[in-house]
Design a protein around this ligand. Structure first.
Ligand SMILES: Nc1nc2c(ncn2[C@@H]2O[C@H](COP(=O)(O)OP(=O)(O)OP(=O)(O)O)[C@@H](O)[C@H]2O)c(=O)[nH]1
Length: 295
């Protein structure tokens, strides 16, 4: 029996459904999903173990024309990721027409001639059969794809077909990771993402993209089954700090409570979360601060 292993990544414009798809494939919560665009900031790996194949999924930040220093750094991450994978999947939502954003990303794929290329039409549950068919035809005109697959991450429809296709496109190789491994990301990164997600849920319309979370320490207590998490939630301005903290600290408490629940599910233990709000002025344009945030 031939075994295949390799790396797969999903690209597509913001909100195309990449994170949701990756989570559905890996079956564990490893990347943020949010109805706001551009919330995925880090390449995160999930691993799908099949009998005859191991598919290592690398999630990339949104690929778009850079406007800020953060945008440039993110694009650099994308370039490195794409240069390193066996299969690149372009995701386009079935319920929105192809636009300049999709064409821009598709054109970027020319720079990676060695990768196999798959088109995925996402969110087929959110529109009519006719629209899906139309979108499949339109996507097919972009280039010669190795496969074109319509699916829904929400209903799970055709996810198995995608996995089969991906497995077939990978090179013959032994498994790269243990069967137990489902993600390579460090615990602290995953905890930071969960806190950020809880914060974004709560302050959605007021500060969509100005929040970043760092972890000082995660310590399992020796005397009790409790894990202490020391985290910082960074915003760009004084006024934003007020928004995050809320009246009488009410909002910050709610964010902390939501995040704690998620972290407890992740570490399988009671968690005490020490969450502080700090200000990093204009961090999106500051190379030193970006470095400190690992971007
Ligand atoms: N109905 C439906 N909605 C979906 C599906 N997949 C994703 N969505 C929704 O589409 C929105 C965007 O999904 P994400 O997975 O965050 O999209 P993304 O491409 O990772 O977005 P960025 O992180 O901004 O690049 C979310 O509100 C999802 O719930 C799907 O199969 N069906």
């Amino acid at each position: 029996m031939t075994h295949r292993s390799g790396f797969v990544t999903f690209v597509g414009r913001p909100n195309a459904g990449k994170s949701t798809l990756m989570n559905a494939l890996v079956g564990e919560k490893v990347a943020i999903t949010s109805s706001k665009p551009q919330t995925t900031r880090r390449a995160i790996r999930g691993i799908v173990h099949l009998d005859e194949a191991q598919i290592v999924i690398v999630d990339t930040p949104g690929m778009h024309k850079p406007r800020t220093l953060l945008g440039k750094r993110l694009n650099a991450v994308v370039q490195t990721t794409l240069g390193d994978v066996d299969v690149i999947c372009l995701c386009v939502p079935a319920n929105e027409r192809l636009g300049p954003g999709d064409r821009y990303i598709d054109a970027q794929l020319e720079g990676f001639p060695n990768a196999r290329k798959v088109a995925i039409v996402t969110k087929v549950d959110a529109t009519s059969k006719e629209r899906v068919a139309e979108q499949l035809l339109e996507v097919a005109t972009l280039r010669e794809w190795d496969a074109v697959i319509p699916l829904s991450s929400v209903t799970g429809r055709q996810l198995d077909v995608l996995l089969d296709e991906l497995a077939q496109l990978l090179p013959e190789a032994p498994p790269l990771y243990d069967a137990e491994t489902s993600t390579e990301e460090r615990l602290s990164d995953r905890v930071a993402e969960l806190i950020r997600e809880a914060a974004l849920e709560d302050v959605r319309d007021e500060l969509p993209h100005s929040i970043i979370v760092t972890i000082d320490d995660i310590v399992a207590r020796e005397d009790k089954p409790i894990t202490d998490v020391y985290a910082n939630l960074w915003v760009e301005r004084d006024s934003q700090k007020g928004i995050v903290i809320g009246r009488g600290g009410e909002r910050l408490r709610r964010i902390g409570k939501d995040a704690r629940g998620e972290i407890e599910a992740l570490v399988g233990q009671q968690v005490h979360l020490d969450l502080r709000v700090k200000i990093a002025k204009e961090w999106q344009g500051d190379p030193k601060l970006l470095g400190r945030f690992g971007l």
